[in-house]
Design a protein around this ligand. Sequence first.
Ligand SMILES: C[S@@+](CC[C@H](N)C(=O)[O-])C[C@H]1O[C@@H](n2cnc3c(N)ncnc32)[C@H](O)[C@@H]1O
Length: 351
Amino acid sequence: MLNDSQPDLAPITRHLRAMFGSRLLIAAVSHLHVFDQLSNGPLSIAQLSERLQLRERPAMVLFPALCAMDMLRCHASGELSITELGRYLLQDQTPNLTGYVGLEKDDPGVIEMVDRLKNDGPLDAPQGISFVKEGEGPSPMDNQELARTLTLGLAGRARRLSPIVAAKLSRREGHLLDVAGGTGFYTYEWLMNNPSSTATILDRPAVLSVASELLDELTASGRSGVETLRERVTFLPGDMLTDELPKTDLLLAASLFHDWPTSTCQLLANRFASSLRPGGELWVHDAFLNDTLDGPLPVTDYSAQLFWNTKGRAYSRAEYRRWFTEAGLEPTAENIATQMDYGLIRAHKPD
Ligand SMILES: C[S@@+](CC[C@H](N)C(=O)[O-])C[C@H]1O[C@@H](n2cnc3c(N)ncnc32)[C@H](O)[C@@H]1O
């Protein structure tokens, strides 16, 4: 439970994620020479990506970040140009800060960021990629120890945000499918607000055993409303990319799409749309880029962190709404803020 006197924890996550934005800046200035590429005038995102030899995902992480830092400007035409501030990162400008920024260019985190930008991810990930289970490749989410560490690592965020999210999701009698539900806290809180509803948490088996332990802890807490939780929750081990999804009235995708590349996001949106009953609602809880792809800075920093750790990045609401529309859903125009720079959007399945 959360009352209004408790602070938004965003300063903590902002400072945490700033490290990744910082690495992007140093990589852009001292290794990729992004600003010098633009010294003769604006370029389209595609042209600049080609000159820098960057694929779509690293480009869509790097350019919005430099715009959010006010060093590049993204025009309505889609072209990128250098801002007045950004001119101080040109080698032929006097004075400039390229030498000063360059003092950090050999930092191991920066070197690794350059490699990841050029390669669109790590060159080698023997244990798989965090939070991702795809096909037959190794996944930390299927390794008991790693899955526990990663899931418990998310528990504090989920404990804090889940009462806020649950209070903003629709109250209705019916079924909630919490896809890739992790700790399960979003489901538990929603069920407590909807005492005659049921829910399914779908995730990998090793993650669900942690979720089940956390439910035991919650049940033992004696908090009002916890008594019937266990009988109203189904833990469903599976693969959201390939297994048939149960039919549902509400589907929650919390911090889910941002782990995946755009093609997988469209596939997931299609699958989620099929699992909704007519009149059903798809809810996404995530951190969203501006539709103009130029910030906000806390989210471009977060996008850099996601780029580093997963197969995804942060997406704009417009990108989500395109996937939903393509999947036959009707996105609403609401942008509902929660905390820690996250928010909710939703789409309906027509009756
Ligand atoms: C970033 S976590 C989000 C967890 C939770 N929704 C939250 O907000 O705390 C992503 C989750 O996706 C799950 N996941 C990854 N690939 C999956 C797959 N193919 N099928 C089902 N779950 C998957 C992971 O095990 C992990 O629990």
